[in-house]
Design a protein around this ligand. Structure first.
Ligand code: GLA
Length: 391
C-alpha cells in the first residue's frame, strides 16, 4: 500500500512540518528486454505500485533522508554531497540530488521521507521509483520544472554515474511518463513514443518468483559488454552501426563468426527482440491478442536461450502459465536473473489464473510466490494530500 496521507503524517511526526508529496510508479515491461541501451524499442507500462516522497525545506543546511521501508535515517551536508555511492539505499536519492547539483542548481537543506510498495529486487524498478519521486520532490523545492523525458535522463545519470549501475533509460522513462491504461512503445534512440491501449478485457498479472534480481554489477553488466562486443564487430564492417538497433539478422550471419559465441547469441536476442517489440505494439493496438501472445512466448525463449538471462524458477513460472485458462502471453520481465514474470490474461479469468499459478509454482518449487493483479497506471506526479490519495 502507498498511502499519501500516511506518508504525510509520518513526515509531520518526524520533521514537524507539512511536506509536499510526490509519487512515482514502478513498471512492468511487456516486451523489449536489454534493447534500451542498444537504442532500440521497449514496451513497458507503469503499474500501481509506487514510491512516495515527502519533502520540506530546512534551515540548517542539512539533507536528512528517512526511509520508512528501511526504518533508517541518513544526514548529509547540502553543501558537501558525497562524490560517489556507498552501497546504501540512500545512494538513489542522494545520486539524484548530486546530479541536480552537477547541473548547476544550488541545493538547499531539506527533509525527505520515502515510503514505497514496489517490491524490492523483483525487477519492477523500485530504484527508478525512488529516483523519479525524489527528482520530482527536489526540483519542486528548487522551483524548477523538468519535462518528463528530461527528468528520466537525470535519474538515469544518477544510476549510471553515481550508483554505478549501467542501466538504460526504460525504467526511469516509464516511471516519469507512464499513461493510465496504456503501455508505451518507446524508441530509446530519440525518446519518442506511441501509446498502446491495454483494453479493459486484458489484465496484467505479475508473478514474483521470489528469486532476487539486481542490476548493479554481475550478469547485467556482462550481458551489456557482450552486446557491445557484437556491436563493435559489426561496426568494423559497417561504421554506421553504432548500436544494435541498426544491425540486422543478415549482419549476424555475415559477421557472426568474428564474435565470441556468447556475443553472437546476445546480439541475436537484441536484434530479433527489437523487431518483436515493434510488432507486439502493432498487435496490441490492433487487438490481435493471439499474435501478441505468440510474440511474448518467442521473446521469452530468446531471453532464456540466447540471452541466457532467465533462471530455472522464471522458466518454470512461464511454463506453468501456459495451459491455464485465460492466458494471452507470459514472459520474464525486466533485467533478468530472477524477479517477476508478466502475464497478460483475459480479465474475467485473471483472479483464478493468479490463484492457480501461485498454487502450481509453490507445489513445483517449494517457494510461495507473490502474485499481483496490476493495472497500467499514470506516471510520476504531485499528490495533493488534502484532497486525494493515489491507489
Ligand atoms: C533493467 C534496466 C533497464 C533495462 C532492463 C532490461 O531494468 O534498468 O534499463 O535494460 O533491465 O530490459
Amino acid at each position: 500500500m502507498h498511502d499519501p496521507e500516511a506518508l504525510r503524517s509520518l513526515h509531520v511526526e518526524r520533521f514537524h512540518v507539512e511536506p509536499e508529496v510526490f509519487a512515482a510508479p514502478g513498471r512492468v515491461n511487456l516486451i523489449g528486454e536489454h534493447t534500451d541501451y542498444a537504442e532500440g524499442f521497449v514496451m513497458p507500462a507503469a503499474i500501481d505500485f509506487a514510491t512516495l516522497a515527502g519533502i520540506s525545506p530546512r534551515s540548517d543546511g542539512k539533507i536528512v533522508i528517512y526511509s520508512q521501508n528501511y526504518g533508517k535515517e541518513r544526514a548529509f551536508e547540502a553543501a558537501g554531497l558525497p562524490p560517489s555511492a556507498s552501497q546504501h539505499w540512500s545512494d538513489y536519492p542522494i545520486g539524484v540530488t548530486a546530479m541536480l547539483a552537477q547541473e548547476g542548481h544550488r541545493i538547499p537543506g531539506f527533509s525527505l521521507s520515502l515510503w514505497g510498495d514496489v517490491p524490492l529486487g523483483s525487477g519492477l524498478s523500485s530504484s527508478a521509483a525512488v529516483e523519479v519521486s525524489t527528482a520530482l520532490a527536489v526540483t519542486s523545492l528548487l522551483g524548477v520544472t523538468y519535462p518528463g523525458p528530461q527528468l528520466a535522463r537525470l535519474c538515469q545519470r544518477a544510476e549510471n554515474h553515481f550508483v554505478g549501475a549501467s542501466s538504460g533509460i526504460m525504467d526511469q522513462f516509464i516511471s516519469a511518463n507512464g499513461a493510465k491504461d496504456h503501455a508505451l512503445l518507446l524508441d530509446c534512440r530519440d525518446l519518442s513514443y506511441k501509446l498502446a491501449p491495454i483494453p479493459p478485457s486484458v489484465s496484467l498479472v505479475i508473478a514474483n518468483t521470489m528469486v532476487k534480481h539486481t542490476v548493479s554489477g554481475g550478469e547485467y553488466t556482462t550481458r551489456r559488454k557482450e552486446v557491445e562486443e557484437a556491436t563493435a564487430v559489426i561496426g568494423r564492417h559497417r561504421p554506421e552501426v553504432r548500436f544494435l538497433r541498426d544491425a540486422t539478422v543478415e549482419d549476424l550471419a555475415e559477421y557472426g563468426a568474428e564474435m565470441s559465441p556468447n556475443a553472437l547469441k546476445r546480439a541475436r536476442h537484441v536484434v530479433t527482440e527489437n523487431r518483436r517489440t515493434v510488432a507486439a505494439a502493432d498487435a496490441l493496438i490492433s487487438h490481435d491478442l493471439l499474435e501478441l501472445g505468440r510474440l511474448m512466448a518467442e521473446a521469452h525463449r530468446s531471453y532464456s536461450q540466447d540471452f541466457e538471462a532467465s533462471c530455472a524458477e522464471c522458466d518454470i513460472m512461464v511454463e506453468l502459465a501456459q495451459d491455464l485458462p485465460g492466458l494471452i502471453g507470459a514472459r520474464l520481465t525486466g533485467g533478468g536473473f530472477g524477479g517477476c514474470t508478466v502475464n497478460l490474461v483475459e480479465a474475467d479469468e485473471a483472479p483464478s489464473f493468479a490463484e492457480l499459478l501461485g498454487q502450481r509454482y509453490a507445489a513445483k518449487t517449494g517457494i510461495v510466490p507473490q502474485i499481483h493483479l496490476c493495472h497500467a497506471s499514470g506516471g510520476a506526479h504531485r499528490v495533493d494530500v488534502r484532497i486525494q490519495s493515489v491507489k
